[in-house]
Design a protein around this ligand. Structure first.
Ligand code: MRU
Length: 352
């Protein structure tokens, strides 16, 4: 299975997702600042993958301090490192979940804990976090497959948006994990992959993953999705998520909201697939989700070539919020949550 990152003794290797599928170019990172830049510049992207990357960055930063020092010499730098990472991308909550998990792992250190122990504990926690994400995605895949138990068709057609696959997680993927599980069970007819303007995660990354794994798919323009829904060509829509509020409102890649509206109109089940680390129980609705707005050049240029008249105004919100009323279910590693979501989400996080 494809992977976007690998970590070994203080070095994080990331495949440069800006260059896929033309080039499989791996970059080695040895410093937190370089990794923070890589997250900002989308070398790595996708909510769970950003979280794993940030945790590895904290492990690398701790390792870069002399083993002869102590936690008292490093803890304020650790807090600065957390702040630097927190500024990279605002919408996906998995980043903040990873940072909080790393902070929890340092809570047991006394000031005289040697840095050798500090850095090896953070490194072990980062590796565990990564391994857990992979297992989580595989469980999401199986729960997603269970949705088909009430489906009379032997094989189904699925539409997905953006890239919520191996490249966006520790491996296997969330929405694309469900696709993988359905394919492995012999129940997949075909996947429609939205190209996902403007960054083209669907055309470049989802198409790359599906092609590598010989999963049958057809690439479509985002604006063609309603056409295929109207043609009754789509049985299910599965998308990932960047942040899910307590009421089930879900932030995901720009264009997800219009897919959900169209799905409702055509009576097509619309599912979000996401780990529990993508829920933000502190916020009551999607209105509180900060939406990242990226450079207008992502709209006015394609592969650095201008496609709009020079100097035009363009807006580039990178995510939108799908209201919970449009969501048929949220597929997590512990099962599928169905509406009404509020009480179910509240009981899942009542102890946190
Ligand atoms: O801007 P990106 O590429 O980081 O956005 C990615 C998405 O919106 C994904 O759908 C989401 O992070 C889920 S990935 C499992």
């Amino acid at each position: 299975m494809f992977t976007a990152m690998s970590y070994q003794s203080g070095v994080l290797s990331l495949i440069d997702q800006r260059k896929l599928p033309r080039e499989s170019h791996w970059i080695e990172y040895r410093s937190l600042d370089a990794i923070a830049d890589a997250i900002e510049q989308m070398v790595i992207r996708g909510a769970p993958a950003i979280g794993c990357t940030a945790f590895f960055a904290l492990a690398i930063d701790a390792k870069s301090y002399s083993a002869a020092l102590f936690w008292k010499d490093y803890n304020s730098r650790f807090m600065e490192a957390c702040e630097r990472l927190a500024k990279t991308r605002p919408t996906a909550v998995n980043l903040f979940f990873a940072i909080e998990s790393a902070k929890k792992c340092t809570a047991s250190f006394d000031f005289d804990t040697p840095m050798e122990i500090v850095s090896s504990n953070i490194e072990k926690a980062a590796l565990d976090f990564f391994a857990k994400d992979l297992a989580t995605c595989q469980a999401i895949g199986q729960h997603g497959l269970s949705i088909l138990s009430t489906q009379s068709k032997e094989k189904v057609t699925i539409l997905t948006h953006c890239n919520a696959g191996s490249l966006a997680t520790a491996g296997y993927g969330t929405a694309l994990g469900v696709v993988r599980a359905i394919h492995a069970a012999g129940r997949l007819s075909m996947v429609f992959a939205d190209e996902t303007r403007p960054f083209l995660q669907g055309a470049r990354l989802t198409a790359f993953e599906l092609k590598e794994e010989k999963i049958p798919f057809t690439l479509i323009a985002d604006s063609a999705a309603a056409f295929f829904m109207g043609q009754k060509s789509i049985d299910y829509i599965f998308v990932g998520a960047d942040r899910i509020a307590s009421n089930g409102d879900t932030a995901n890649k720009i264009g997800t909201y219009s897919l959900a509206v169209n799905a409702k109109h055509h009576g097509i089940p619309f599912y979000v697939a996401a780990p529990l680390s993508t829920f933000d129980p502190k916020i009551s609705s999607g209105d509180e989700i900060l939406i990242e707005e990226r450079r207008p050049e992502e709209i006015t240029e394609i592969a650095s070539t201008p496609i709009a008249p020079l100097g035009v105004t363009a807006r580039n919100p990178s995510f939108d919020v799908t209201p919970h009323t449009l969501i048929s279910g949220i597929i997590t590693e512990i099962g599928v949550l169905t509406p009404p979501f509020y009480s179910k989400i509240a009981s899942l996080f009542s102890h946190s």
